[in-house]
Design a protein around this ligand. Structure first.
Ligand code: HEC
Ligand code: HEC
Length: 280
């Protein structure tokens, strides 16, 4: 009685407009939904291992490969990507949502641990991807399809790449392209044609587009013979056996179809498991 009376008389001193603002403010601050934050999402994409150390597995950032914050046409652009999902993906053999696709790059390209699909970090990153809508038609670069010679690639790597990525490709000024801090064997980038195409059009970083197709293929072939993190469960990829020719590991689906299996590659134990240990 006493107390409620006290509150009431205090409120009566507050001008009506302020009371209204206060009430609205309180309602807005009240629990539940926080607006998606694309600016925070971009910061996570640019600084993934520093911002989300529990989920990062190597030293790469999302924007190490998706250059210019996902805007560069020649580097797997994110422009319009949220309108392309959900879509069927042969690697999973099922329809994939944009959140699942992002987790694929976290667990494979970043050799990290998946994020909760409905959590704030995922929502903010996807919210940034949503901002990259465009009516512009994305022109994909020509794929490099020639076979590479790792012997020649070793020499070409030394002259063209070592100054930034280090003599053994373990990272220096620029991130690792092999070893513990590089993308896992299950990453798209660990496919020879995908890597060769990326470096043909985007590397060296300060002179993109200057590398000959054959050099790009040779360098990719050499880089992919170096040890890199494993991706547990990779044998279940392409369950229907429609596995691309440049995939570096044996899959059950290819075995069932009697396709030739690639030679084993040297693999490193991962620093984190791909899926959260207690996923809800
Ligand atoms: C090691 C390089 C690399 C890193 C690092 C990387 N990605 Fe990717 N990403 C790729 C490649 C390669 C593809 C396949 C592109 C394609 O299918 O044309 C891809 C595809 C994607 C796609 C689907 C694009 C499409 O058009 O279907 C999304 C979304 C994506 N990545 C998000 C991310 C996010 C988010 C991160 C960080 C958590 C990340 N990637 C880190 C290499 C990388
Ligand atoms: C002038 C320095 C420089 C040179 C030379 C250079 N790169 Fe890069 N490279 C970079 C930078 C910078 C990035 C983006 C890194 C980032 O933003 O985190 C990058 C990214 C990459 C990536 C994707 C991220 C990763 O580490 O896996 C690959 C693969 C790559 N470079 C391979 C090569 C290859 C192969 C060559 C030689 C043909 C080469 N680079 C030459 C600076 C360089």
């Amino acid at each position: 009685m006493e107390v409620s009376c006290g509150v009431h008389s205090w409120i009566s001193f507050v001008p009506a407009a302020f009371t209204l603002a206060l009430t609205l403010g309180l309602t807005r601050a009240a629990p539940t939904a926080r607006a998606d934050d694309a600016t925070r999402g971009l910061a996570l994409l640019q600084h993934f291992p520093d911002s989300l150390p529990r989920n990062g597995g190597n030293t790469l950032r999302c924007t190490s490969c998706h250059l210019d914050d996902g805007r560069r046409e020649l580097a797997m652009p994110w422009v319009g990507v949220t309108t392309r999902y959900p879509k069927y993906r042969a690697r999973r053999g099922a329809i994939e949502t944009i959140e699942q696709r992002v987790n694929e790059c976290i667990t494979r390209s970043l050799a990290g641990r998946a994020l909760a699909e409905d959590g704030r970090d995922m929502r903010d990153m996807v919210s940034y991807l949503h901002t990259l809508q465009s009516t512009q038609v994305i022109v994909r670069p020509d794929s490099v399809r020639v076979d590479g010679d790792p012997g020649r690639g070793a020499g070409a790597y030394k002259t063209t790449c070592a100054r930034c990525h280090g003599p053994k490709a373990l990272g220096a000024l620029s991130p690792a392209v092999a070893g513990r801090h590089s993308f896992s064997i299950g990453a798209g980038m660990a496919r020879q044609r995908v890597l060769a195409t990326f470096i043909r059009w985007n590397m060296p970083h300060d002179m993109p587009g200057t590398l000959a197709v054959q050099d790009a293929a040779d360098i990719a072939a050499w880089v992919l013979r170096l040890p890199r993190p494993d991706h547990p469960g990779k044998e279940r990829d392409w369950p229907n056996g429609d596995v691309p020719i440049d995939v570096a590991y044996a899959t059950d689906g290819a075995g069932v179809r009697g396709l030739p299996l690639p030679a084993p590659r040297p693999l490193l134990r991962r620093m984190v498991a791909p899926t959260p240990p207690t996923s809800p």
